[in-house]
Design a protein around this ligand. Structure first.
Ligand SMILES: C[S@@+](CC[C@H](N)C(=O)[O-])C[C@H]1O[C@@H](n2cnc3c(N)ncnc32)[C@H](O)[C@@H]1O
Ligand code: SF4
Ligand code: SF4
Length: 444
């Protein structure tokens, strides 16, 4: 794994107080939870091995009543801790304990902005409980100088689609730093409740609505839309002048920078992949027993198996894409999800090219460099870079033949009439810059 640093998804607690219709973890049979004392030993081993981020996630981590003690231990060893919770079990006293323990960030899940839509998925009464607890938390944070990075995890569903135009006014009143909007993954209990999944052909339009609403006024939180594929993001950023953080979907197992630990202390490459039974054993070691914790070899063995599995995926439409190698969808998601996502991504890629051809032909409109784009020269090579507001940076070397033109365009500042330049190089470079999410098009 990377430079020995890795993050841990710790399923500390085998039980949950809710029974959500979409729960991907619902069928996983976890063993009995360990004591705080036993778990501190496990945390020590993980941290000694290089864990610099530990997130307590399943089932419902706040059912592990003394979780703040474990968080406090990890924080005292300099490890960043996070918690993903359904939010129903928070209370004033627990919030204070979590803050005192120096919890780094808290992710709270909702599946709607009203009892009707949220509770359809998460169960009756859960919306009001969570909202009440978020307000208690907000009050505590307002009255003290303590900090907690807060993320809202929200899935688009067929049930909450109608609320998209109202949701940002709702989120404006809440204390979140990030609103993360995703989609239901077909796994676990979601496979028995397929009606809740928003149809894929509805997704891009839904995100267009989401973005036009988000940008209506200045918001105090970042919007993260993990349900979009890379070229859907580029498409929206280029032609709707949005500022969506760009990322290429990349499985953490293949990146080699994450592992899962279950309630009985067994470390696995990934809990979900283990549950999917697609590969052989995902088990790396039993942290209750293993004293010396070096699992690189085992990890790479499993990763090779996943690479082999991914290589059989039909990706002929992706062959020309510059992200071909890094772009790896979750191997545990069903084939239909992969096919749909790649289809949408490729269709957005084609739509970008087609729109650009139409614009070039009409010779109307202006282009400008997107916010956060800068050029960097290194060893006589020119790189076009873009910094996103989530601090992610993309950096691509531009072919040497385009260097003078790119410098000229960049120095041209602000808005450039689309027909200002007229050469083969210009068209080729423009196509490249648009695909790299570095250009905005407008009618001004
Ligand atoms: C498995 S839950 C565990 C933590 C906690 N019980 C909660 O609900 O936040 C972690 C996150 O996964 C999300 N999740 C569960 N099943 C999902 C699915 N089928 N598709 C997408 N997200 C899902 C939940 O909404 C939640 O945000
Ligand atoms: S999504 Fe979270 S709260 Fe809902 S059933 Fe699954 S683990 Fe429990
Ligand atoms: S490899 Fe395919 S799915 Fe991935 S970014 Fe490229 S076109 Fe999109």
């Amino acid at each position: 794994m990377g430079k020995n640093n890795f993050s841990v998804k710790w399923d500390i607690e085998p039980n949950c107080n809710l029974k959500c219709r979409h729960c991907m973890m619902a069928d996983i049979k976890y063993e009995q939870a360990l004591s705080v004392k036993e778990n501190k030993v496990i945390a020590r081993k993980l941290i000694d091995a290089g864990a610099d981020r530990i997130v307590f996630q399943s089932m419902e981590p706040l059912m592990y009543v003394e979780i703040y003690k474990l968080i406090s231990y990890c924080a005292s060893r300099g490890t960043l801790t996070g918690l993903i919770t359904n939010g129903t079990l928070l209370s004033e006293s627990l919030i204070n304990k979590l803050l005192d323990a120096r919890l780094g960030y808290m992710i709270i899940s909702l599946e709607g902005i009203s009892p009707k839509t949220n509770d359809y998925i998460r169960g009756e009464g859960s919306f009001n409980k969570v909202l009440k607890n978020i307000h208690i938390l907000q009050d505590i944070l307002d009255k003290t100088d303590r900090l907690l990075y807060m993320i809202l995890e929200y899935n688009l569903t067929s049930v909450n689609r109608e609320e998209v135009n109202l949701m940002f006014d709702f989120f404006d009143e809440l204390p979140f730093d990030v609103i993360s909007i995703g989609e239901i993954v077909n796994f676990g209990r979601a496979t028995e409740n397929k009606d809740i999944k928003l149809r894929r052909d509805n997704i891009l339009n839904t995100y267009i609505d989401i973005y036009s609403n988000y940008y209506k006024k200045k918001r105090n939180y970042i919007l993260n839309t993990k349900g979009l594929t890379p070229y859907e993001i580029v498409y929206l950023n280029t032609f709707y002048n949005t500022d969506i953080p760009f990322y290429v979907v990349s499985c953490s197992v293949r990146n080699g920078n994450a592992l899962s630990v279950s309630s009985d202390g067994v470390a696995r490459v990934c809990t979900i992949l283990n549950e999917s039974k697609l590969c052989g054993s995902m088990e790396l070691c039993d942290l209750k027993r293993t004293e010396i914790f070096d699992m690189k070899k085992e990890y790479y063995k499993v990763r090779n198996e996943i690479d082999l599995m991914s290589s059989t995926e039909n990706r002929e439409n992706c062959i020309e894409c510059r992200h071909y190698i890094e772009c790896t969808f979750c191997p545990a998601a069903d084939e239909e999800t992969h096919i749909e996502a790649r289809k949408n991504c490729n269709s957005a890629r084609k739509r970008i090219a087609k729109n650009l051809d139409d614009i070039l032909e009409s010779k109307e409109g202006v282009i400008s460099f997107s916010k956060g784009v800068y050029l960097e020269e290194l060893d006589n090579n020119l790189y076009v870079c873009r910094l996103y507001k989530d601090n992610n940076i993309t950096k691509t070397m531009i072919s040497i033949e385009y260097k003078p033109l790119l410098l000229e365009m960049y120095n041209d500042k602000e808005y450039i009439p689309i027909d200002k330049y007229n050469s083969k190089e210009y068209i080729a470079l423009l196509k490249d810059l648009i695909m790299l999410d570095c250009i905005i098009y407008g009618n001004q």
